[in-house]
Design a protein around this ligand. Structure first.
Ligand SMILES: Cc1cc2nc3c(=O)[nH]c(=O)nc-3n(C[C@H](O)[C@H](O)[C@H](O)COP(=O)(O)O)c2cc1C
Length: 224
């Protein structure tokens, strides 16, 4: 812009400059300030909205879902498998403990377990999970007992409503594989979303890390 003379230039400068530099009540200045605060608020809201999702994805498995691993183990095989699952998913882990421990002797345990299954007896638990509400995905681990879940796991399954939860069974065994545990889980928890389970031979559980990783990867449940 050209000015007629220095006087005119100074008059124009006096009119414009205060509105750019200080809050004088000038409507130009107020409009600019409002615009700036709207842009700033929008930027801050966008950053705030992105933040929690980012943190959740880094902390937990499967896109921010809360994971629980619940299992029973009499001689340690299922515990080894559960620990691998925990390491890959980053979930909370709970080992179920019956109020009365099972006999140390194998045959005596198989006989007791058979009677419990036939009577649909659910042994009381000294250690269990009180509230599954915070969890989206629940891994349920058990040794194969007479082709299905061990009695303490049946107790746990009878203690909660699994509606809408993602249930993932895993089993250690000496030849039966999953047995009929998948079908039993479906009929015990009909409102749950069932995922394909994994069965590992008891003596191989400790070294089954690669197999467990592959299984979890297929389900998208490896911690990111
Ligand atoms: C009471 C009882 C019943 C069992 N029934 C079976 C069975 O039906 N099929 C099978 O393959 N293994 C069976 N087993 C073997 C266990 O499933 C296997 O040794 C498992 O890995 C033990 O896991 P743990 O060390 O976590 O207790 C049974 C073991 C016990 C004690």
């Amino acid at each position: 812009m050209k000015f007629k003379d220095r006087k005119t230039f100074l008059r124009v400068r006096e009119a414009v400059l205060p509105s750019m530099t200080e809050d004088t009540g000038n409507p130009n200045f107020i409009r600019q300030k409002r615009l700036l605060s709207i842009i700033l608020a929008g930027l801050m809201a966008a950053v705030w909205m992105m933040l929690p999702a980012h943190i959740a994805a880094a902390e937990t498995a499967s896109g921010g879902e809360n994971v629980l691993i619940v299992y029973y183990s009499r001689t340690g095989n299922t515990r080894a498998m559960a620990n691998h699952v925990q390491a890959f998913t980053g979930g909370d882990i709970v080992e179920l403990e019956p109020a009365e421990p099972y006999p140390a002797e194998y045959r005596a345990t198989t006989e007791q377990a058979k009677k419990e299954l036939e009577a649909d007896f659910k042994p009381p638990l000294k250690v269990t999970v009180d509230d599954i509400a915070p969890y989206d995905v629940i891994f349920v681990g058990s040794p194969c007992w007479w082709g299905t879940f061990a009695s303490p796991v049946r107790t746990f399954l009878s203690q909660h409503d699994f509606s809408g939860k993602k249930l993932v069974p895993f089993i250690t065994h000496e030849g039966s594989g999953m047995g009929k545990s998948t079908e039993d889980l479906k009929s015990l928890c009909p409102q749950a979303v069932m995922f394909e389970g994994l069965a590992v031979r008891g003596r191989e559980a400790e070294n089954a890390k690669p197999q467990i990783e592959q299984w979890l990867k297929q389900m998208g449940m490896i911690r990111s």
